[in-house]
Design a protein around this ligand. Structure first.
Ligand SMILES: [Mg+2]
Length: 199
């Protein structure tokens, strides 16, 4: 079972991962966006880490809801509201249970991804974070390693796509040949579930 500690470890691992990969995310965003994805997420997840230390929410849902609120209030551009909505909707779907299982997490994450699609208007194949998140949610029933592999494959599969949403879509065909930064950071977020499970 996954308790509040697991979700705090997940957010801590995500913060560390975004710190490690910030430069790569910004490089990807400089190719087809405005070169701020790494620094934006870094600022947001550091605020998440600080808030979780201060408030110590005691249910899985409360951890993710607080994290989502922090991302919405500290990250500018599109990625703050999108990531914030992902975590807040997922947290709300988990309710006030003190522990959840992987199937419940998968169901809640699906609600979170639905929220992201509703907010951003992106569908699968539009070269966005959805292309990593949706395959991960579908694979989560087979475990965290499977979700990680699906998210990483989904992010890599954005390379040949033409962007149809977000700033990269302004580039039209010139967005082809570059991995989407949002799909890449989404794969990082999913990959850190496995780290959290290892303790
Ligand atoms: Mg950007």
């Amino acid at each position: 079972m996954l308790d509040a500690d697991f979700f705090r470890r997940w957010m801590a691992a995500a913060t560390a991962s975004v710190d490690r990969e910030a430069e790569r995310l910004t490089d990807l965003d400089s190719a087809i966006g405005d070169a701020d994805h790494g620094s934006n997420l870094q600022r947001g997840f550091r605020a998440v880490a600080t808030a979780l230390e201060k408030d110590a929410p005691d249910t899985p849902g409360a951890v993710l809801t607080l994290a989502g609120r922090q991302l919405i209030s500290t990250v500018g551009g599109a990625s703050g509201p999108l990531y914030g909505t992902l975590l807040r909707r997922t947290g709300k779907a988990l309710g006030d249970a003190s522990e959840v299982d992987t199937a419940q997490l998968a169901e809640a994450l699906r609600a979170g991804v639905d929220g992201v699609m509703a907010l951003g208007g992106a569908a699968p194949g539009d070269k966005t974070m959805i292309d990593a998140l949706l395959p991960a949610v579908d694979a989560l029933g087979d475990g965290f390693a499977a979700a990680r592999a699906a998210a990483e494959q989904g992010a890599e599969a954005t390379i040949p796509l033409q962007a149809r949403k977000g700033r990269a879509s302004y580039l039209g065909e010139r967005s082809i040949g570059h991995q989407d930064p949002g799909a890449t950071s989404s794969a990082l977020l999913i990959a850190t579930l496995e780290e959290a499970a290892e303790g």
